[in-house]
Design a protein around this ligand. Structure first.
Ligand code: AMP
Length: 445
């Protein structure tokens, strides 16, 4: 019988890569990636997974979970015959598939094992070649893989390892029926690893139906926001947010900045305004084509664009290692969204900054975020910024124009502690005629 103790407990937070059961070929790849020490999910998952055990990892993007399943795959397949598919990773988006394939190439460069990404929106022939034996490890989105499978040339008889990556997102995106269809056509005698940030009932059912005696490795979501990220709020009336962001970008240390906005229209508008201010900027949101999104991501990743403006949904698969700053141009309504956003900076063990542009009407939402993080986020004015500039005039009888003033009724303010007051209470802040009110404004806001 198997060991009743969760074996993950054998590793501690001092465990190094040298303590993990990985061969020198892989350690070389890890070193070249610049990973100094394993992340918690890697410490927990790798010893289990290299033994071929089924595994449920509750960890989200940003925790190092991709390497947590790729390294054991590479380790287990090191001496397997080439030219057959031995491992399959199912992942919800093309971006995630491409990222995982990139990590695989780098981590596995001394193993001779080959990976291929298989996803929709591009031609089939190159993928067909990979599926016909040019790769031992396939990383695929479910729909496109089923297309290939229906054509009859995909041979999974040598498959030994299956990974379901971001199972909860596959559920959100309606992919679980496709995932089940694929799983039913794979050899039963295999190792299955399931990774998911959350465990909704459908994902639990999937695990129950397809996993055998899985080990659990849990990385609490909230630690992700806490580790390595410093949080800051800069006071910014709604109609001054664009100007304040442009001024902030004069700081050259903000070299790779991901800016979050609420809607697609606001994303386009902000990108246009930044372009006008001569900031090199790309934009991704749900109305952009797959090609446009991939190009914007590549431009950002390669440093051709210093800023990427994104909506929350479009940014889900974004994994750019060098993001130095996440800017919340719009404050999210849900604290969880804040955590996801700031998880885009300080990837794994790097440090990053999360800056929120805080208008008076954002106070209640921001207070909820602080409660969720159990942390008071410091507020400050942008040094040298003229907060006394009046809002632009409202067009007669219409909605405010571009960058128009916020609806007055929404102004609220915090108490002396800076904690926001309840929604709708409190008078609008006075518009001081001069600067020099740093502390009092920051306290009130
Ligand atoms: P993931 O959660 O797989 O999306 O990984 C998030 C980021 O962390 C990626 O940029 C990885 O390259 C990076 N990463 C993964 N493992 C480590 C590690 N042990 N040390 C430092 N960075 C890592």
């Amino acid at each position: 019988m198997s060991d009743p103790e969760p074996s993950a407990s054998r590793t501690t937070d001092k465990t190094t890569f040298d303590d993990l059961p990985l061969s020198p070929h892989l350690r070389a790849g890890i070193r070249e990636m610049g990973y100094a020490e394993p992340t918690p999910i890697q410490r927990g998952a790798i010893p289990e997974a290299v033994l071929g055990r089924d595994l449920i990892g509750t960890a989200q993007t940003g925790t190092g979970k991709t390497a947590a399943f790729l390294l054991p795959i590479l380790e287990r397949l090191m001496n397997h015959p080439r030219g057959r598919i031995h491992a399959l990773v199912l992942t919800p988006t093309r971006e995630l598939a491409l990222q995982a394939e990139g990590f695989l190439r780098q981590l596995g460069r001394h193993t001779g094992l080959r990976g291929a990404a298989v996803y929709g929106g591009v031609g089939m022939p190159a993928q067909e070649e990979a599926l016909r034996g040019r790769a031992e490890i396939i990383i695929a989105t479910p729909g496109r893989l089923l297309d290939h499978m229906s054509r009859g040339y995909v041979d999974f008889r040598s498959l030994e390892i299956l990974v379901l990556d971001e199972a909860d997102r596959m559920l959100d995106m309606g992919f679980l029926p496709d995932v089940r269809r694929i799983m039913e056509r794979l050899p039963k005698n295999r190792q299955t690893m399931l990774f998911s940030a959350t465990m909704p009932p459908e994902v639990v059912r999937l695990a129950r139906d397809f996993l055998h005696d899985p080990r659990l490795v849990h990385v609490p979501e909230r630690t992700v926001a806490a580790v390595g990220v410093s949080h800051l709020a800069i006071l910014a009336p709604t109609y001054q947010k664009t100007g304040i962001l442009v001024r902030m970008l004069e700081d050259v240390t903000m070299s790779s900045v991901l800016v979050f906005v609420r809607t697609k229209r606001r994303a386009d508008r902000l990108a246009r305004d930044l372009e006008r201010a001569r900031v090199s900027v790309g934009v991704i949101h749900g109305d952009r084509s797959q090609n446009q999104r991939v190009r914007a991501l590549e431009d950002f990743r390669d440093g051709r664009h210093r800023v990427l403006v994104a909506t929350d949904i479009a940014a889900r698969g974004v994994d750019v290692e060098a993001v130095t700053h996440v800017v919340n141009f719009d404050i999210p309504n849900e604290p969880e969204t804040y955590v996801h956003r700031v998880g885009r900076t300080a990837r794994a063990q790097r440090r990053g900054e999360a800056i929120s542009l805080l208008a008076p009407e954002d106070s209640a939402d921001f207070g909820h975020i602080e409660q969720f993080l159990d942390e008071k986020i410091p507020r400050t004015e942008l040094p040298g910024w003229d907060y006394s500039a009046p809002p632009p005039p409202r067009p007669v009888g219409g909605r405010p124009g571009r960058g128009g003033p916020p609806p007055r009724r929404e102004f609220r303010r915090g108490g002396r502690s800076g904690r926001p007051g309840p929604r709708g209470r409190g008078p609008p802040p006075r518009r001081e005629a001069t600067g020099g009110h740093t502390r009092s404004r920051a306290d009130r806001w």
